[in-house]
Design a protein around this ligand. Structure first.
Ligand SMILES: Cc1ncc(COP(=O)(O)O)c(C=O)c1O
Length: 579
């Protein structure tokens, strides 16, 4: 000990601990042969193992456990409260009893670079290396090298566990990790729901609605019980009448079409664009010009069904928006209501030349539907959905429809539905919402990494993102001419995949009554047998992506398969626009 140190009596020091000057220690434990540099503070209930090196100016707070043989660089900061506040609700300064300590564990052999900041409630795995200046926001796998803000896995150092990680299955979607990362906050939200017992409606739902509207840049958001309900209510509230024709695409989840027919309208399809897989504006224009007549009254009538065509639902599939300027122009010309199916596109953006600005999914049509199904970019721990709109009138109609058509208690102006979002799901969604932008950014990074890895390999067609789009990659969809075998190969390598969607809706048994035939929508039909969704989620690591690509490349080399060749005469939107 020396006179420049402040070492409380309750500190437990092991044998041969070497302490520099200007150290502040209280209530902590330090193991044998550990060396502590100058200006280090270690707080109560923190423990440092044996043979560790703690460099100068580091702050180790309560709740931190450092195992043996750990290296900590200069000026490393630990934290132990995800939501610190200076004052209580009544304005008084918080005291120690208000502090909720979260724990952090640094497993043996890990090294933390100088200037790193470690957020609480996470684990840094054995032998992991954290780069200087990194900000650690989630647990770090053993033997990985991480860097950046927020830190990401760059690679693994050679070791047995690393080899095991390389053989571990890669799921198509990982729903466990994000929930584990937010477990404390989500459990708090759930507990609050239980303790207040306001399970349906009330301020928790309203607060989420306001926050989601703000996220989308929309004036209103009305929370409902699913994306399907959101679509159905939007169709009804926007004024589509029973018997009207509503246009959409055959390459979407069945819910888009279910919502149309359950609103007692008639679905008709237009084909998709070969490259974006979204509604083709060329085909929409062709449909409106060639497959409809305008009656004297100005009413647009479908030649196919003889019914008035009143609305169009572009689907922002896979997280990428449809070409909305072009669709809105056609809709204006033909007097169509536009409802966005944004169920896969929370936060996706479109550069509108008309408006000369980037616009978010959910703000371009009269109304838009979102799904909060668990696997969505913003997912509930159950079912959920929302409609966004700038119209107060549409928002009010949807509030009425979701609540048995009530305008006030037991006064039912129309027959409605039981279609509300429950309070616990609203609280869970509100807890997750602040993370959505970061998750979307991760998805974009993961997509860029796949593009980088596969660009030169030429084994599959990559997703196409036009310059007017900022997609949020709900799915990363490639196209190959040997899909089924590739799926089997990836499955045998422990890699999960999906197909979105294998059978176009016009060919589904459920829609035989619509009387469509094979050959009616050639692009959708071709695409549906070739598209393949590969693992995509924010927590996917670069190492996992490299393995997915390695397996795809080795399969393609072995089978001499490759990307699908687009037919010579394929008319792409791009070709039309540049012609
Ligand atoms: C494009 C699309 N539309 C609508 C829906 C329906 O949403 P939900 O499952 O929440 O009813 C989904 C959900 O998968 C979807 O992907």
């Amino acid at each position: 000990m020396n006179t420049f140190n402040c070492i409380a009596e309750d500190v437990k020091l092991g044998e041969n601990v070497r302490l520099s000057k200007f150290i502040n220690l209280y209530g902590c434990e330090i193991g044998d042969e550990t060396k502590v540099g100058a200006f280090v503070e270690i707080q109560k209930n923190a423990s440092v193992g044996r043979r560790c090196k703690i460099s100068s100016h580091t702050f180790i707070c309560e709740g931190v456990t450092i195992e043996d043989n750990v290296f900590i660089g200069h000026g490393v900061t630990f934290t132990n409260d995800s939501y610190p506040r200076a004052t209580k609700a009544n304005g008084e300064l918080q005291t120690e009893s208000d502090w909720k300590v979260e724990s952090t564990i640094i497993r043996k052999g890990a090294s933390i670079g100088s200037g790193a900041t470690i957020l609480p409630n996470l684990e840094i795995g054995e032998n992991a290396i954290v780069g200087a200046g990194a900000v650690i926001t989630k647990s770090v796998p053993a033997n990985s090298v991480v860097a950046g803000n927020p830190a990401k896995v760059l690679r693994y150092v050679d070791s047995e566990p690393a080899a095991q990680a390389d053989a571990a299955p890669i799921p198509f979607l990982d729903l466990v990790t994000p929930h584990r990362e937010l477990e404390t906050e989500l459990t708090d939200a759930f507990r609050h729901g239980l303790r207040t017992a306001g399970f349906v409606g009330g301020p928790i739902v309203e607060n989420f609605e306001a926050a989601f509207a703000e996220f989308c840049n929309a004036k209103h958001s009305v929370a409902v019980s699913s994306g399907t309900d959101a679509l159905r209510f939007a169709i009804m509230a926007c004024g589509v009448q029973p018997g009207d024709v509503v246009l959409t695409v055959p390459n979407t989840f069945i819910a888009t079409v279910e919502a149309i027919s359950q609103a007692r309208a008639i679905p008709e399809f237009v084909d998709i664009d070969e490259r974006t897989y979204n509604m083709s504006v060329v085909m929409l224009q062709r449909y409106l010009e060639k497959q409809c007549i305008r009656e004297r009254s100005g009413r647009l009538v479908s030649l196919r069904t003889g019914r008035p065509v009143t609305a169009v639902i572009p689907v922002h599939l896979y997280g990428q928006m449809a070409d909305m300027d072009a669709i809105l122009n056609l809709a204006e010309r033909y007097n169509l209501i536009v409802i966005e199916d944004a169920c896969q596109a929370h936060g996706a953006e479109y550069f509108s030349k008309k408006q000369n600005r980037w616009m978010k999914a959910g703000t371009m049509g009269s109304a838009a539907a979102f799904s909060f199904y668990p696997g969505k970019n913003l997912g509930a721990c159950g079912e959920g959905g929302a409609v966004t709109t700038d119209s107060a009138e549409i928002a009010e109609k949807i509030k009425c429809l979701r609540d048995h058509g009530q305008v006030k208690k037991y006064q039912h102006d129309v027959e409605g539905y039981n279609g509300r979002l429950d309070t616990i799901q609203a609280a869970i969604l509100h807890t997750k919402l602040p993370h959505l932008s970061a998750w979307n950014a991760e998805r974009r990074d993961r997509a860029a990494e796949y593009n980088r890895l596969m660009e030169r390999e030429e084994v599959v067609h990559l997703p196409y993102e036009p310059s007017w789009s900022r997609a949020v990659y709900h799915l990363y969809v490639v196209r190959t001419n040997n899909r089924e075998e590739m799926i089997t190969h990836l499955k045998n390598a422990g890699i999960g995949t999906g197909i979105h969607y294998p059978v176009p809706l016009h060919l589904q048994k459920a829609y035989v009554s619509l009387s469509y035939n094979l050959g009616d929508f050639p692009v959708t039909e071709a695409v549906s047998s070739e598209i393949l969704s590969i693992p995509m989620f924010p927590q996917l690591t670069a190492v996992q992506q490299a393995r997915v690509v390695r397996e795809m490349v080795s399969f393609a080399r072995e089978k001499a398969s490759g990307p699908v060749q687009l037919p010579e005469n394929t008319v792409t939107e791009e070709a039309i626009k540049t012609a």
